[in-house]
Ligand binder design. Structure first.
Ligand SMILES: C[S@@+](CC[C@H](N)C(=O)[O-])C[C@H]1O[C@@H](n2cnc3c(N)ncnc32)[C@H](O)[C@@H]1O
Length: 388
């Protein structure tokens, strides 16, 4: 029996949270602090509010002329096969709710003049190397959670997961996927034996091709995802990690320690400035440049990004990337590789930056999009260029 009063309350909570969210931080972080400040909300109300907000943002920039609640009903319609909220807000959708996504889309096209091409921002700027239709449709499903198991720990981790009743899908010997929200961190015995890392991010390691004893610089190391990957693939590599943010490097320290990686140098470097004062004339045998970007290949996880993105923001990122590139490339040894990585699907942040690097004395060896949609993973871009 549907409790209409309860559903209406939940809709009001959804609207209240939506209107107080100003896109100043990721939705996930905003919700965590919102729930902390609103402790009267029970766990079920929080779960429902989060689901409604995430589904709502999956409609991106689509049907912006309609009311918030009608848009919510339509996004629930596209993301789920059963929703009491639709019956309350837009009951005419109910007969079609169990149809395939394709059929739902043609119905919406007819009834609401909805076009799938309005969901994702700036689609004319998406690389033509991307399968655009598949990519956009992927945004109506939440991506999975992925881990990379440390070499030699595969059996221990899989056994512990089975013992704890956590279902997984085996992608390869050491890559597993889980339904999002699986609580792996509750299993203490496997901590330090795996990394949470998106599948496409794991694949960027194929481009490193480092040689033990070489000296590498992870120039935008963040919390260390690529550094750990590099050291686990090529343990003899001498590693420098840097980032402009000290707080994230503290996070990196604990992640690397957790993975038993203790030998590395670490510096705070803001790459919008010339790093010569910190690095002097040091040259590296390899540089990983996992550069700040729009994040547009990961908006399946953070769909609010689709609503708030704009042409100005794209320009901001591509200008920032050029500035960072100019400052980094002085430190590569001739004949050695720069691995350029983004989690963006915009050409301006990817192929165009590769072309820019080519004008700066680099030769492109390979570039690829790791398209994650079919595996419910993120989409990343990576290029391997060698300094001439
Ligand atoms: C895509 S993230 C890196 C993710 C990381 N490599 C990983 O695999 O976990 C980009 C990083 O660039 C850093 N960053 C942003 N602006 C920067 C700047 N001006 N100089 C250096 N790093 C910067 C951010 O702090 C962020 O950690």
């Amino acid at each position: 029996m549907i409790n209409e009063k309860r559903l209406e309350q939940q809709l009001r909570t959804f609207e209240r949270i939506l209107l107080s969210y100003k896109f100043e931080e990721p939705l996930s972080r905003f919700l965590t602090s919102y729930y902390k400040q609103n402790r009267q909300m029970g766990s079920n109300d929080r779960r429902v509010a989060s689901r409604l907000l995430y589904n709502y943002f999956r409609l991106g920039k689509g049907l912006q002329d309609l009311s918030i609640l009608t848009r919510l009903a339509i996004s629930e319609f596209l993301c789920t096969s059963s929703s009491d909220f639709i019956a309350l807000i837009e009951p005419k959708l109910i007969p079609y709710i169990e149809e395939s996504l394709d059929k739902k889309l043609s119905y919406l096209e007819k009834e609401y003049k909805f076009s799938i091409n309005t969901v994702f921002p700036l689609i004319d700027k998406v690389s033509n190397m991307i399968d655009l239709d598949r990519f956009i449709l992927g945004h109506f499903k939440q991506p999975d959670l992925f881990i990379r198991i440390h070499s030699g720990q595969e059996e221990t981790v899989k056994r512990a997961l089975k013992e704890n009743g956590i279902d997984y899908n085996e992608i390869s010997k050491n890559s597993l996927s889980f339904v999002n929200g699986s609580q792996l961190d509750k299993i203490k015995s496997i901590q330090g034996k795996y990394e949470v890392q998106d599948l496409s991010s794991q694949k960027t390691g194929n481009l490193f091709k480092a040689v033990d004893s070489e000296s590498w610089w992870d120039a935008c190391a963040g919390s260390g995802g690529k550094s750990i990957l590099l050291k686990q693939l090529h343990s003899g590599v001498k590693l420098l990690v840097s980032d402009s943010r000290n707080t994230i490097l503290r996070n990196l320290d604990s992640r690397l320690a957790n993975s038993n990686i203790t030998e590395y140098r670490r510096k705070i470097i803001d790459l919008t400035k010339n790093p010569v004062s910190v690095l002097s004339n040091e040259l590296f045998d390899g540089i990983i440049l996992d550069i700040p970007c729009s994040g547009s290949g990961t908006w399946g996880r953070s769909p609010e990004g689709m609503t708030s993105f704009s042409e100005e923001k794209l320009k901001y990122y591509s200008d920032l990337q050029r500035q960072i590139i100019e400052n980094v490339i002085k430190h590569i040894r001739p004949g050695k590789p720069l691995i350029y990585i983004t989690c963006s699907i915009y050409k301006q942040e990817n192929e165009d930056q590769v072309a820019f690097l080519e004008t700066k004395g680099f030769k492109l060896e390979e570039m690829t999009y790791f398209e994650g949609t079919a595996d419910r993973a993120d989409t990343l871009f990576a290029a391997r260029l060698v300094a001439i």
